[in-house]
Design a protein. Sequence first.
Length: 384
Amino acid sequence: MIAEHQLSIADPELARALSARVVSSVNPGTAKSYSSGFNSLKRFCGERGLPCLPTDRVTLGAWLHHEASKDKPTKLKSLRKYMSGIRWEHIVNGLPWTFSGDAWLKLVTQSIGKEFPDTPFFKVPFTEHLLRELAEHLPGWPKPGSMHFNDLLWLCAAAIGFFACLRGGELAHRKGADRPPLMGADVILQSGTNKGVTIRVRKPKTQPGTEYQIAMAKDPAASESYPMNPSALLTAYRKRAVRRSIDVTGRNAAFKSSDGKPMTLDFLLKRTEALRKLAGIKFVDLGGNEIPFRAASFRAGHVLSARMAAVPEAQIRATGRWASDGGPAPYSMSSEMAFTKASTAIALAGTKAPRASVYNIGAFSSSLAVFQASEGWASSPSPH
């Protein structure tokens, strides 16, 4: 919080209001992360009798060296986030911050990066053909009415999350997150020619200040009997919820488990991991180390599945709601037929994907995907 003596305002109440206004400029989750960074510097300075507000470049350099040289070193990626927290603490306290782009500190961080390179962050892509493989191990599959309520919840959420290319925090509630749970009113069932589900994503990352973005989980048009049609699964889930007197409409959470509580990301990932083990599948990095599913797995899997199906890159970016390369506006999402065609291509490519017990995962990003089954893999060429 801003120290009141830093503000040249005679009215203490006005000073407190201004202080609260500045602090509220960042989300609670971000503020918590910023606090971790500043607290690290505060401990370092406290043990050495050094001031932390304001600090200086030599103190910052020594602190960076200290954090990177501990028995359990802090990764450079985390140190950069810590620096953002220290910068923020200076600014909100009305103190100057003169270290952005500082050449001396840049050399310090470069040396840390060379000595302690960050381990690549791997995302297990939850692809369409993996969704099929895991779903086969649900008791009662493929009949929604024969499944346990929580298994139907998992399948419905997983299919919608996959086809709509949702981030984990957009699909499921995470403890301590500032994003509200997905509401029933935000998950809209569509009928007619282009069946599917439309999702209003609150607080979109690519459009700060916008109330929501639209994401679409369109049914593949190839077959009405496709077992992972988002519209069919959502209809089945909502009917079961009504029978259990679980309200998933209006401003209630769109997805609730059998206990009536909002679906959590922890539930989604643990159930996915349990089904992975039942299927006898494991994912390893290029060094042979096993990798778990993460919050980003559904989104990563959608992108990879779309590339395997040779879906145009612009369409993939529109589905994922990436910011346009040509400006701040997202790619056009006006053509529902285009999304239906994309989901159809993805489902068709999934039926041709080879099955394996071990999958080797390479580094995944919005522009690169390497995904190889141990028995051999021949993927469609990248659009680029």
